[in-house]
Design a protein around this ligand. Sequence first.
Ligand code: SIN
Length: 306
Amino acid sequence: MLTAVDDSARTRVAVTPMKAPIGALVECGDVKTMDARTFDAVHRAFLDNLVILIRGQDLAVAELLAFGRRFGELSPAAPVHKGQKPREYPELAVISNVVENGVSIGGLGDGEAVWHTDSCFNDVPPSASILYSLEIPPVGGDTGFSNMYLALETLSAELRKAIRGRTIKHDKRYTSGGQLRPGYTGEEDIRTTPGPRHPIVRRHPETGYDALYLGRRPHAYVDGLPLDESEALLDALWGHAADPAFAWHHQWKVGDILVWDNRCAMHRRDAFDPAARRIMNRTQCMGTPIAEATGDPAGPRHPRAA
Ligand code: SIN
């Protein structure tokens, strides 16, 4: 359910929704010194807008982790790839293309990251991701977000019927940049690859609204269908969910924080010039087991899907 934030807390925080059905600029001062009531308003803005942008921050790693912890317990970051610098903090992932002395300081390189929700290949994916920019390329590397409450609301009756009660088999092997994760080969049948099954329509545990939960398109499989029918259904779902009308794209500045809700938003990243440097610090909050949408949701529509 949407919880109310008292008016005195609202006055400390300015929330300006983006001119898109997802995202808001949140002006709340220095996140290092935010009091509990101010944080309540920031958290409210996060639930209402799916993604929040907070600008002009100056955060050491421990300060970013402390800010992340306000959204929930942090989860350990995924194992690093071969040739990548070991993690200094278990809950911090460096997202970067920078190579120092032959060693990548982070993951995801400089290529496009396709539409995805973070770690959908885990049994319990993270609830929130918090990404903070330290260095950005002059052009490219924008991060886009798409509203999955709205994608569900606008899905055709035929597709709604086709996905009712169904699950997707998510594939643990590949990153959103298309790289094989350590310890996996690329040869298995997609119906049986390592990875969990999650409901295609999930209920958000905090807002109570339902959202489409697709994870990522490559190597996905709709359980129980012949492979060709699964492919056709996934193509139709993705053709709808990737509609630019549901999306907002962020051009980064140094000192920006984006906090996004993996339970109801997908994201992607543009490629950028390999010769440019991009360095981001990311932490994530532990989620809760995914609840299938059953019965009536919290209200007719989430406010950003109305
Ligand atoms: C991510 O997909 O988590 C990273 C997005 C980005 O690098 O902008």
